[in-house]
Write a protein that binds this ligand. Structure first.
Ligand SMILES: [Zn+2]
Ligand SMILES: [Zn+2]
Length: 331
């Protein structure tokens, strides 16, 4: 099978991924093999290929927003049948037995494995996964439109949930891309007013088209205080900026897997029971709930499509904020 393989992380401008012919994987017991139709691009892929994250194994095939067709079943696999369309997200497996798994926090599992990180992911024609960690894709979505739901969407949903925002309240989104453009839509569906903070012109234009209440830059002060906010951009300097416009007891959720240092700040910005919390990975329950909600809304994903062998160029575009919302590789 063809795959885009990472041997040594380096800046994406130096083309770290190379097209390689790899053996097509065989599904083990309880696993399914999926013929990949497309795979979404995520900032985590960028952090992987550039080496911002410690990589547990090399070489590795990145990609964790996979949409494809089940084409082989391992021994004992019985949830799906050949021909079913499934999605595979970041959470590839858990141990089902550590303290976190037992507390319903399998996203924090001590032995979690992540797709395109611990195991080969979706920048390839085939992949295998434990059938308990794959999900049916609602029919309302095309393959390409479904791909961004699998990380941008699911993580966005968990961030939204953990921000504690309630219907009718004001939600701020800092940084706008694949995840924020989906959160904006379901937050509006749930009756929230959404305030979008971004500098990039193509992002502002899309936020406006998706009926954001207000669009501005992080340094600006919106007309109303925010009840909750989510930072998607990996910029710690935003934290005090957000607290400045967050109401008492409001929550700021940090959705990124990495973030630059948070500057020291005056305690009064946090006082009055404001909460800052990070969001890490997601649970299978998040994935199921979100895919159902996505079909119900139904969410419109704005995608830009690239060929598999253009993965380097696609990640370069993502890095330069040159993609309006979500990028997708098509096999
Ligand atoms: Zn666990
Ligand atoms: Zn991701």
């Amino acid at each position: 099978m063809r795959a885009m393989l990472l041997d040594h992380p380096r800046p994406v401008e130096n083309f770290p991924l190379r097209l390689e012919e790899l053996p097509t994987p065989t599904p083990g017991p309880g696993e399914i093999r999926v013929r990949v139709r497309c795979c979404g691009l995520c900032h985590t892929d960028l952090h992987t290929v550039e080496g911002d994250l410690q990589l547990p194994r090399l070489p590795v095939v990145p990609g964790h927003q996979i949409v494809g067709i089940v084409d082989a079943l391992g021994a004992g696999a019985n949830i799906f049948k050949e021909g079913d369309r499934v999605g595979i997200p970041w959470l590839h497996s858990t141990d089902n037995q550590c303290d976190y798994c037992r507390r319903g926090l399998e996203n924090l599992c001590d032995h979690a494995q992540f797709t395109g990180y611990h195991v080969d992911g979706g920048y390839a024609e085939y992949t295998v996964v434990d059938e308990n960690y794959a999900y049916r894709i609602p029919e309302v979505f095309s393959d390409e439109n479904a791909a961004p739901l699998l990380c941008a969407g699911i993580i966005g949903y968990r961030s939204y949930r953990l921000s504690g925002v309630r219907p009718g309240e004001r939600l701020g989104l800092y940084g706008f891309g694949a995840s924020a453009h989906l959160v904006l839509q379901f937050a509006r569906y749930q009756g929230c007013e959404v305030y979008v903070f971004t500098r990039t012109a193509i992002h502002r234009e899309l936020a406006q088209r998706l009926a954001a209440e207000w669009v501005g830059s992080a340094e600006e002060t919106p007309p109303q205080q925010l009840d909750a906010a989510i930072i998607f951009a990996p910029a710690g300097a935003l934290v005090p900026q957000v607290l400045r416009v967050l109401r008492k007891a409001g929550t700021l959720a940090l959705a990124g897997i990495t973030m630059s240092s948070i500057p020291s700040m005056d305690y009064s910005l946090l006082y009055q029971e404001r909460v800052i919390r990070s969001v890490a990975n997601s649970t299978r329950q998040d994935a199921r709930e979100f895919l159902q909600l996505a079909a119900q809304v139904p969410l419109q994903t704005e995608v830009e499509i690239f060929g598999l062998e253009q993965a380097n160029q696609a990640l370069q575009a993502l890095k330069k904020s040159g993609i309006k919302a979500a990028g997708v590789l098509r096999m």
